[in-house]
Design a protein around this ligand. Structure first.
Ligand code: HEM
Ligand SMILES: *[C@@H]1O[C@H](CO)[C@@H](O)[C@H](O)[C@H]1NC(C)=O
Ligand SMILES: *[C@@H]1O[C@H](CO)[C@@H](O)[C@H](O)[C@H]1NC(C)=O
Length: 698
């Protein structure tokens, strides 16, 4: 027995502090009169009672949610909702409700941002699938001062190998095996009847998006991903009664290499031969060997030719980080950013003197140049691609946070990823899945429709008109602008004429019947950037590639992303000719619709150059490219970038700034538009007096 003497302090505690705090005051008196044991019993009873009440409430909420889900939620989503926490179910119900009304892009900017934040959160939870073994995640960075390595390793400080050259593509949607339907419907038929441009069907992006913007995204794709090929060849042959419509009656190509993952969930995957990080590998290469080819080894600089274009080797192959399946437009951007890199080297050397040798200058300049590229993509290119106030706010938010540039430049990164932005976060965040790009990401970046039929060469030797537009002197077939021939052509045209001409030409619209014909009879490159003997029909090949790589077809792709699927062609487009052609190829089976075709056919949100379906993948992956990378988060500081380097990134806001730095005359004389990605004779944007967050899209 415990002596009453000993129990007294216990009672004092129980009866004093605890009772005062947790028990209703009307009962205090009763409790005061209780013995210690009774007080104890009483407290236990209260505790059990509260616990039961809480459990009951939980069941009740769940039941109500279940009822709501059953009643209001599209049946295809019941399964994913079952796996969600209560908070996520709540988020899902909101976005699903907004989706049913089809209005998110018309909501006032702040509400639109809330919708996107809820969506991004859900996709980070339910649309990141690791492919392959998950590494143990030990911290190990061998260098005192971290830098971007040649092959992308050590970019995630907790997982050395993540995002290195040769790692596997991840997934956003569970793979769908199509080994039995690889040819259903026939890829050549799909390409001819739905994708191919005819002599009259070319549609461009008007003033919104120019050829620089088209070259830019290819420049980025060549930074991020390319699938490793197998040695096994495949041949596609057009059905005999059909083959007049096909530039090639049959063509050969190499299968995508499929490797075993040794894990049970997703059994096979494919290999990325570029580093998926936003590390400028299009300039620096994705491994040590390429890096050696592009560096001068003096003052940290990269090689550039005397005419301001890319240098070439003895075989005429351009020297830059990645030149496979490229064209003059991409080479021009590579040349521009080599100038940028070299200018950063000069600035650092001037500031820090001989303390910085070649290796250090190269490393720091690479960090700065990669960040400038990522920043331009985030707050300039994407803003022009998705031209609405909500996306302007969203993209600036990704870089600067909702508090904005002025605040961040003055006080640094404050708050989490929403208020302070992703760049400069204290820690990288991969949301529990090692960083990679994904099969679905590759599929939505199939944008060959951006390319025109011919390149409109401008005369830069005469004065432009009052909109700063120079006259066209020649329409050069695109087949003369690609590969090795393209390099020769561009040396004749010169940097200024190339850039100005691209600036003044609109790019192709991402629509059906807009796939360039010259890409249906294309000389593709082998792994050594040499021309292959067998031409390919890129349109048909792309349809095949998505199927081969088990990328879900359009409707399952949408379901996987919690987007309401279509049930008839009219849900996709209101163009009768398109509906007719879809029916012609797929009958009434909307489930068979290929992802590439669906993305092109989908009716676009006003201001969006891409489909909403593709946009959802961007929303998830564009944030991830910044947030998972230590050099955009914990290492985005003066110690790693230098003060001068960070200032360089902080004060470069657009591609126009970069062009102005190296070619001020080009901007002054030929660019009227606000952004270098709009057609350059477009009038500059009028200032809008309504604060961004308070705007309501019309
Ligand atoms: C002259 C310009 C271009 C040429 C000659 C070209 C050629 C090619 C070729 C030959 C392939 C490989 C096809 C295969 O075997 O699977 C490819 C893949 C691809 N291209 Fe292009 N392309 C050009 C422009 C573009 C543009 C403007 C984009 C826009 C984003 C783009 C995005 C892609 C993507 C995402 C892939 C898939 C990469 C992968 O499989 O990992 N390309 N291109
Ligand atoms: C650059 O901006 C960051 C915030 O993104 C800030 O912390 C840093 O002090 C700025 N540095 C310079 C040199 O402007
Ligand atoms: C742009 O073009 C307009 C005519 O559309 C002209 O009035 C204006 O001066 C030009 N602006 C610039 C910055 O060149």
């Amino acid at each position: 027995m415990l002596s009453p003497q000993l129990l007294k302090p216990v009672k004092a505690v129980l009866g004093g502090e605890l009772i005062q705090r947790f028990i209703h005051k009307d009962i205090h008196e009763v409790v005061q009169r209780m013995s210690v044991m009774d007080t104890f019993r009483f407290l236990i009873a209260i505790f059990v009672y509260t616990f039961l009440l809480y459990q009951l409430l939980k069941v009740l909420i769940k039941t109500v949610f279940k009822g709501v889900v059953k009643l209001f939620v599209h049946k295809d989503f019941h399964q994913v909702v079952r796996r969600m926490t209560a908070m996520d179910t709540f988020r899902f119900l909101i976005i699903h409700f907004v989706d049913k009304l089809g209005v998110w892009h018309r909501l006032p900017v702040l509400l639109g941002l809330l919708y996107l934040a809820a969506r991004r959160h859900l996709h980070q939870r339910y649309n990141l699938f690791n492919v392959g073994k998950t590494p143990p995640g030990v911290r190990s960075n061998p260098e005192k001062l971290p830098y971007r390595t040649a092959d992308g390793s050590y970019t995630d400080p907790f997982d050395d190998g993540a995002g290195a050259q040769g790692t596997l593509f991840g997934r956003n949607v569970y793979p769908v095996d199509q080994s039995k339907t690889l040819l259903k419907p026939d890829p050549m038929v799909v390409a001819t009847k739905l994708l191919a441009r005819t002599s009259t069907s070319y549609i461009d992006n008007k003033k919104q998006f120019n050829l620089i913007a088209a070259a830019w995204i290819q420049f980025m794709v060549h930074d991020w991903m390319d699938h490793m090929e197998d040695t096994q060849q495949i041949e596609l042959t057009a059905p005999s009664k059909f083959n007049e419509g096909c530039p090639l009656k049959s063509f050969k190509f190499f299968k995508t290499k499929e490797v075993s993952t040794d894990v049970s969930e997703i059994k096979t995957g494919s290999i990325n031969i570029r580093t998926p990080w936003w590390d400028g590998s299009v300039l620096y290469g994705s491994n040590e060997q390429m890096l050696k080819r592009v560096r001068t080894y003096t003052d940290g600089k990269l090689k550039i030719a005397d005419d301001g274009l890319l240098p070439h080797d003895e075989d005429g192959i351009a020297i830059s980080g990645d030149v496979r399946n490229s064209w003059a437009g991409v080479s021009t951007l590579q040349a521009l950013f080599i100038k940028e890199h070299n200018a950063v080297c000069d600035a650092l050397k001037k500031e820090y003197g001989d303390d910085m040798g070649d290796e250090e200058l190269y490393r720091r300049a690479r960090l700065v140049t990669s960040a400038v590229i990522a920043k331009i993509h985030t707050i300039d290119w994407t803003v022009e691609l998705l031209k609405t106030d909500t996306l302007l706010a969203g993209m600036r938010g990704n870089w600067y946070g909702l508090l904005g540039k002025k605040f961040k430049d003055t006080f640094g990164h404050v708050g989490g990823s929403i208020l302070g932005g992703l760049v400069g976060l204290k820690k990288p965040n991969n949301h529990g899945v090692p960083y990679s790009l994904t099969e679905e990401f590759t599929s939505v970046y199939r944008m060959h429709q951006l390319l025109p039929n011919s390149f409109h060469l401008r005369d830069v030797s005469v004065d432009p008109d009052e909109n700063k537009c120079p006259p066209i002197i020649e329409k050069v077939a695109m087949s003369n602008m690609i590969g090795h021939k393209g390099e020769e052509t561009s040396q004749i045209m010169g940097f200024t004429a190339l850039l100005v001409s691209m600036g003044h030409q609109s790019s192709g619209a991402l629509k059906l019947f807009n796939y360039p014909l010259w890409l249906r009879d294309l000389i593709a490159h082998d792994m050594d950037n040499k021309d292959r003997p067998d031409h390919v029909d890129l349109a048909a090949l792309e349809v095949y590639r998505d199927r081969e790589r088990k990328v879900a077809r359009y409707n399952d792709f949408r379901r996987g992303l919690m987007l309401i699927p279509i049930s008839k062609w009219e849900d996709l487009t209101d163009q009768p000719t398109e509906i007719q052609a879809l029916r012609d190829v797929y009958g009434d089976d909307v489930e068979e619709l290929d992802i590439l075709v669906g993305l092109m056919a989908e009716k676009k949100i006003k201001g969006f150059a891409i489909s909403e379906t593709a946009f959802i993948i961007f929303l998830l992956m564009a944030s991830r490219r910044l947030e998972a990378d230590s050099f955009f988060t914990c290492y985005f500081n003066e110690e790693v970038y230098t003060k001068k380097g960070l200032e360089w990134v902080n004060t470069t806001e657009s591609l126009k700034d970069v062009i102005k730095r190296h070619h001020p005359k080009i901007v002054e004389k030929w660019m009227n538009s606000s952004s270098a990605f709009s057609v350059w004779d477009a009038p500059p944007e009028k200032p809008n007096n309504v604060p961004l967050y308070l705007r309501i899209p019309h």
